[in-house]
Design a protein around this ligand. Structure first.
Ligand code: ATP
Length: 632
């Protein structure tokens, strides 16, 4: 079965049982989903199977060899030194063979497991990257990190622990039982009496172990999510002196996780010891029954020796298989969670694909599924080279949640090359408006067009080449300034980047940094001020040349020098491109061709600075506030 088929099966299984609570292991669907990934490694699995078989036989033949040495050699009184030496040599050979094939089997299985996990991880990350903003509104970054890191790792454990144990310990058990019957049927039947007892103990422990395991995993996820949340909001934590409170909350989670772990470990230890006691009781039992038979001359001593050796080996695989229950649990929950992510079809997709293949998502087809290359620019009636930059918001309405309208029947028509300022009170819907233009979300009613082409018809890759966005908090990656400006696109030369930075006036700031353009920025560019980060974003715009520029102006108070730099940069980058500026300081947009005033998702006023002041409405009020140095 191909992975695509496997995932489709999984999705079908999900639909068949929609009432299954989230996170509950769904073994059948999870393994059906995984089967597609196993198929390419089928020969390697056959190799693992053969190695395991040889290793087990090498192990299990050792007691049998001892039985031969005792009964046919030592107690037979033959004084056959040569025969004894041969047995010892074969014994040694079996030990070496067991070692060698265990090593091969383990290496091979690790390789398969890691390859599958690497593939799943790659597809998972790619799939997450393709999700729309609505998805990230819902999902915490902590749980997504868990999916990509520990859930995929649990998958690896499935191959290297669960599967290995099922293979090796399952086969060992079968062979031991066969060997026991081979040696002595009566004694073997006595031993089998133990099986139901072992089974009952395993069942009793299993449900307890499952509960303790799930509690531990849930508590770990909560702790990870809490850490991720705090790291992303560290500035807020520090500004509000929340360190102690957050530490207290973290300690609570940490302590709950600690307790769950201790409980889990205790359960495992009790289970292991119970098995050891059972193993010792069985040995005593077999020694008594078998010893009597040996004394009564009904059993050879070598057979009893081999039997005791097999009984010792008998409990170890049962113990291991039962212990693997935890890992099986975690792997199944992990697979379920990973495939829940896979099953989520992005709600923003290129239209052709949307229509043709809206019923299912297949991870390994994703390249073609999402690739804008499938759709030529001409499909959308938009040619990248000839875009003029006319934008029409035609009677659009939008809401994040049903019943809470954010934008209501908004009409806005922007001419190519026009500079538009957007102002309004907090929550008026300014950022939402540009999110719609960038198609982070889709409108509920109406349409947004660029040069007459509906944004929903424009391939996303093309749309994001046409529309450039400089955010309030520009995102910079860990990497050099050069790479941040050219967004790791090696086809853009270093000289081009430097010219762009000089053009927007970021050059002097960058040169002051140690290593200049090669200075490595830490995560999110935390070494730079908000204004400096915006200047670097402007340089990106120059390099990538979008026809439409959106600027969500930094609301932080900038020093007058940086503010002036940003003003100049804006003036430069807005030349020959349609520019929309969401302004938090009116000074930024006083020169705009047109200013839009928004309130409660509607445009309440529009005109140039002078006209709006004369109008004596919202804008004038905002202006007077700003003159009083109150940010809008
Ligand atoms: N991802 C989201 N999910 C749900 N509601 C949202 C989301 N983003 C914004 N909102 C809500 O939509 C409304 C408009 O928000 P928006 O960010 O567009 O306003 P804004 O005018 O840009 O405000 P500001 O000037 O403060 O940035 C607000 O009530 C906000 O709470």
């Amino acid at each position: 079965m191909r992975p695509a088929q496997a995932i489709h099966n999984w999705q079908t299984d999900q639909k068949a049982d929609p009432n299954l609570p989230e996170q509950k292991p769904q073994y059948v669907s999870a393994f059906r989903a995984l089967s597609g990934y196993v198929r390419p490694h089928i020969w390697a699995f056959i190799g693992v199977f053969c190695c395991t078989l040889i290793a087990i036989l090498s192990d299990l033949l050792q007691p049998f060899l001892m039985k031969i040495a005792i009964d046919d050699n030592l107690l037979a009184g033959k004084n056959d030194y040569k025969g004894l030496l041969t047995i010892c040599a074969v014994y040694l050979g079996l030990s070496v063979s067991s070692l060698l094939f265990t090593y091969l089997q383990s290496n091979l299985l690790q390789h398969i497991g890691q390859s599958i996990v690497a593939r799943v991880r790659k597809q998972l990350f790619g799939h997450i990257m393709k999700q729309s903003m609505r998805y990230f509104d819902r999902m915490s970054s902590g749980s997504l990190i868990t999916h990509v890191s520990s859930d995929t790792e649990a998958l690896n454990q499935f191959f290297n622990q669960v599967l290995l144990s099922l293979f090796r310990d399952g086969l060992t058990l079968i062979f031991i039982i066969v060997m026991m019957f081979q040696l002595d049927t009566t004694l073997a039947l006595y031993c089998l009496i133990l099986l139901p007892i072992i089974w009952l103990i395993a069942i009793a422990f299993r449900s307890y172990m499952r509960t303790t395991y799930q509690i531990a995993r849930t508590r770990l996820s909560r702790m990870v999510a809490f850490v991720a949340e705090n790291l992303s909001g560290m500035n807020v934590v520090q500004v509000f002196h929340q360190q102690k409170e957050q530490e207290k909350q973290f300690n609570e989670r940490n302590s709950l996780y600690f307790q769950a772990n201790i409980r889990e470990i205790r359960t495992n230890v009790v289970f292991g010891r119970t098995f050891e006691i059972l193993s010792n009781l069985s040995i005593a039992f077999v020694t008594w029954i078998g010893g009597n038979a040996v004394l009564g001359q009904n059993l050879e001593f070598g057979v009893l020796y081999a039997f005791i050796a097999y009984i010792r080996q008998f409990f170890q695989p049962i113990n291991t298989i039962t212990q693997q229950w935890n890992t099986l649990q975690s792997a199944t929950v992990a697979i379920t969670r990973i495939w829940t992510v896979f099953a989520n079809k992005p709600d923003i997709m290129d239209r052709k694909l949307d229509d043709a293949d809206s019923h299912k998502f297949e991870p390994e087809k994703k390249e073609s599924q999402y690739a804008a290359a499938d759709l030529s620019d001409a499909d959308a009636g938009l040619s990248l080279e000839q875009v003029k930059g006319r934008i029409d918001f035609d009677d659009i309405s939008f809401s994040y949640e049903e019943g809470i309208p954010i934008i209501r029947h908004l009409d806005l028509h922007i001419k190519p090359g026009e500079l538009i300022g957007v102002v309004g009170t907090t929550g008026a819907g300014k950022s939402s408006l540009i999110s719609l233009l960038c198609r982070f979300y889709d409108v509920k009613e109406g349409s947004i067009q660029i040069d007459g082409a509906d944004v929903r018809d424009i391939p996303q890759a093309t749309l994001h080449r046409v529309v450039g966005l400089v955010q309030q908090e520009p995102y910079l990656y860990s990497g050099s300034i050069i790479d941040n400006v050219r967004m790791f696109d090696e086809t853009i030369s270093r000289e081009e980047v430097i010219r762009a930075c000089e053009f927007v006036g970021a050059d002097t700031i960058i040169k002051k940094l140690r290593n200049g353009y090669d200075a490595l920025l830490s995560e999110r560019g935390s070494g730079l001020s908000a204004g400096e980060r915006q200047l670097i974003s402007f340089a990106r715009i120059i390099v990538f040349k979008p026809k439409v520029l959106i600027l969500d102006e930094a609301s932080a108070n900038l020093d007058s020098h940086t503010e002036q730099l940003i003003q100049n940069a804006l003036h430069i980058v807005s030349q020959n491109r349609t520019t929309i500026v969401i302004a938090h300081r009116l000074s930024t947009i006083m020169q705009a061709d047109r200013i839009i005033v928004m309130s409660h998702g509607e445009i309440v006023e529009q005109g140039n600075h002078q006209q709006l002041l004369e109008h004596d409405g919202h804008y004038r009020e905002l202006y007077e506030h700003s003159q009083g140095h109150v940010a809008v």
